[in-house]
Design a protein around this ligand. Structure first.
Ligand SMILES: [Zn+2]
Length: 356
């Protein structure tokens, strides 16, 4: 089993020594590094339109409210009739991402109807972070990333006035259920836990740079529908279920594992799970060759330990575009993709965004 040294995604503040592999550092495979500061993201970035199906809208439509739809641009695409297809089974409507109100999960909170997209904020540390809002005039939904460090119990977001400036801020409460992630204890040489002063300085520089990348929030243009948030699996391979794994080295807790590891040979192409824009390309101490994509409204994805990166900051990708390759760069024990998914600056479980 490979292990993963990613360390960029902690929401915790105290400086610490992140995970070091107990194994020798891997070879590097000709990384193309474009360690460019993240540029301001232009407001013109607009992923392709796609309307997310919503339960409430379906219910309203069946009750006749669809008459409203043409004026609001809400009419559903006509489904081609199929004589050979059996009647559709009454499957539960699937929404993406799936809701799972635990640390590292996602809450889907209704903001109700409004003619324009409302805004919502979530308090993280000492900052208010904007939240992704999907839906349409019949029902808007805040898609809230719950930090791995979140305490179980009551939590809330603040729904602001809607896009037309109507209404006043109001809290929307939800409950975070406890989830006990597995713990991994490792005894390693103290040298591999305590960084040299040079490596520590490099790590801190990179951590600060990544914090800027993670703060990216690209608003959708007014009237632009939020594209579907159902993601493609970025690379075929065995997926770990190690999201949230709590790692303890020599008795000292380290960052929990905040992504999904997918095992694949070095050189395997990785594709964009959604349309997006490249906001960071670099070669980092723990994460190795790394690319960040911005999918809009604070939904970011991260790809680590890459052997090859074929994009530059500012490139725009469509879903399915190959843009980098699996590798074993950074502090890892074998080739794999470390894939991270971030909502409102919180790393959440990528499994909630892809079919099982
Ligand atoms: Zn990983």
């Amino acid at each position: 089993m490979w292990a993963c040294g990613e360390a960029a995604a902690s929401s915790a503040r105290r400086p610490r020594h992140p995970f070091l592999s107990p194994h020798p550092p891997p070879r590097r495979h000709g990384i193309r590094s474009f360690a460019t500061p993240a540029p301001p993201v232009p407001a013109s970035f607009s992923p392709p339109a796609h309307t997310t199906p919503l339960t409430r809208r379906a219910a309203l439509a069946s009750a006749g409210s669809l008459l409203l739809a043409p004026a609001m641009g809400l009419h559903a695409k006509p489904q081609p009739a199929s004589a050979t297809k059996p009647p559709a089974a009454p499957a539960a409507p699937t929404v993406w991402p799936q809701a799972l109100q635990v640390p590292g999960g996602v809450a889907r909170l209704s903001l109700g109807p409004a003619s324009a997209r409302p805004r919502a904020l979530v308090r993280q540390g000492d900052v208010d972070v904007p939240v992704l809002v999907a839906g349409d005039a019949i029902e808007w939904t805040a898609i809230v990333g719950i930090p791995l460090a979140a305490a179980p119990g009551d939590a809330f977001i603040t729904a602001l006035a809607d896009g037309n400036g109507n209404g006043s801020p109001r809290p929307l409460h939800y409950t975070v259920a406890p989830k006990r992630y597995k713990e991994q204890h490792l005894q390693v040489s103290p040298r591999t836990v305590d960084l040299s002063p040079e490596d520590q300085a490099r790590y801190e520089r990179e951590r600060d740079h990544q914090a800027g990348v993670m703060a990216t929030f690209t608003a959708l243009p007014a009237g632009q529908a939020q594209p579907s948030l159902r993601m493609r699996v970025p690379v075929p391979g065995r997926r770990s279920s190690s999201f949230g794994l709590r790692r303890v080295f020599n008795g000292q807790p380290r960052n929990p594992h905040s992504g999904m590891d997918i095992a694949a040979p070095t050189g395997t192409p990785i594709v964009a799970p959604l349309a997006g824009r490249v906001i960071d390309v670099g070669d980092y101490f723990f994460n190795g060759g790394t690319v960040w994509l911005d999918h809009g409204q604070g939904l970011l994805t991260m790809y680590c330990h890459l052997s090859r990166m074929d994009v530059r900051v500012g490139d725009v990708l469509q879903a399915g575009d190959a843009f980098c390759q699996v590798g074993a760069t950074g502090r890892v024990t074998g080739p794999h993709l470390h894939w991270g998914v971030m909502l409102n600056r919180s790393m959440v479980d990528p499994a909630l965004f892809i079919p099982a």
